[in-house]
Design a protein. Sequence first.
Length: 104
Amino acid sequence: MTRTITQTQLCTGTAAVLDALEAGENFIITRNGNPVGELRPVPVPRQVLTSDLQARLARFAGVEDAAAERTEVDAVFGEDRVDRRVGTLDVPTRDESEADPVAT
């Protein structure tokens, strides 16, 4: 929810505004009836516990070789389109017989 408050309300009620920001509320600050700024909560970085990461990665611990590991990872996360032989994206190319409309 976004609340509109005046410059005076911000100055006299700073503690209450900060409490509301911590609770997720947004504010539009006005001066002489004109909006001059916006206050919004800072996004909190997502915290991931080491134990959660270890549990997620443990499913790959029994893989014998890189090819089998890649197959298993692709099965979980989906295949990417990187050509591992040359390190470039696997982008379809035009047939050489097609004329380039820009070059003509």
